[in-house]
Design a protein around this ligand. Structure first.
Ligand code: AMP
Ligand code: ZN
Ligand code: FE
Ligand code: FE
Length: 290
């Protein structure tokens, strides 16, 4: 990529505007701590040209982000992060360039958020059963307008003084296989990819280096994902190179970003530090609009 950038700057090859893009950012419309306005301001401050807001199961933050982006000169690509079931595993897909007014997409997202709420209630009931006196009110205080998830439950446990740290919540109570773990409703890969496609978007396997095996990765490629998130805080340079190799070999697209949440997750340092060049965004557009 660096070579391509240099080539562009020298004026040969396909022209791409200079600048960097962070294509994986959460807001308070899911489990992020900051409003869309805040995120756009930070992006502008960090010198980013393009960001994608990719809230879990929610597109409600996009209008605000796009409006503020227009005022500050930061392009906001409409995105969303969906969870899919792959065997027993919870795998994440990122969708880009979706039509955020698509009725079918909006209906599905609203259904997923409702399922998230019911699951949060089941988790709280399980916690109460093992004598952890957490209330749904405390969880919803953390969720606010956001699609409720385990990060809110972890934050509520800390806030109520029931545990010391955010991560302890996952280890002791709500992580996979822990006593108060509850599964989330998930689509199959094929269903999620079809939904994203029908809303005009591109689908990407998110942060494969976090938990995805090679068998799962290739299953998803066969299922028809358009690309892979290559740049992510959980990927070291070797992982990055490996996934970039897979992208090239299978004629897929690349993506990347910080997966910034802020707040109790305590990842303030990642914002704007995990980026991709503009070619990456241009290649997505070419795939969609060629
Ligand atoms: P949910 O979508 O409600 O299942 O929440 C999933 C989110 O919880 C992930 O995106 C992570 O941010 C967080 N999470 C899951 N497992 C862990 C873990 N073991 N430690 C810390 N955070 C976790
Ligand atoms: Zn999240
Ligand atoms: Fe994710
Ligand atoms: Fe994410």
């Amino acid at each position: 990529m660096r070579e391509m950038e240099e080539r562009n700057q020298k004026g040969s090859g396909t022209y791409s505007a200079p600048g960097r893009a962070d294509l994986h950012v959460h807001t308070n419309h899911s489990d992020g701590a900051h409003s869309p306005l805040d995120i756009v301001r930070r992006a502008h401050g960090a010198g980013l040209t393009v960001i994608s807001i990719t809230d879990h199961d929610n597109v409600a933050g996009l209008d605000e982000a796009i409006a503020w982006g227009n005022q500050t000169g930061v392009e906001v690509i409409p995105g969303v992060e969906l969870s899919i079931a792959l065997g027993d595993k919870d795998v994440h897909l990122l969708a880009y360039f979706i039509d955020r007014t698509d009725t079918k997409l909006l209906e599905y997202l609203s259904f997923f958020r409702h399922e998230r709420l019911k699951r949060a209630e089941r988790i709280v009931a399980k916690l109460n059963k093992i004598n952890i006196p957490l209330t749904m009110d405390a969880v919803m205080d953390q969720a606010g307008i956001g699609a409720v998830g385990r990060p809110h439950i972890a934050s509520a446990l800390v806030e109520e003084g029931l545990i010391e740290t955010y991560h302890e919540a996952f280890l002791k109570y709500i992580g996979t296989g822990a006593p108060a773990y509850e599964k989330k409703f998930q689509l199959t890969p094929e269903e999620a990819i079809a939904l994203i496609q029908s809303a005009g978007g591109l689908s990407f396997l998110a942060h494969p280096g976090k938990f995805t095996t090679d068998a799962e990765l290739f299953h998803l490629i066969r299922s028809g994902v358009d690309g892979i998130e290559v740049v992510h805080p959980s990927h070291n340079e070797a992982r990055e190179q490996y996934y970039r190799g897979v992208v090239n070999q299978y004629f897929l697209l690349e993506s990347g970003g910080s997966d910034f949440h802020g707040g109790k997750k305590n990842d303030e340092d990642v914002f704007g530090k995990y980026t991709v060049p503009m070619q990456v965004v241009d290649q997505m557009r070419s795939r969609l609009f060629a």
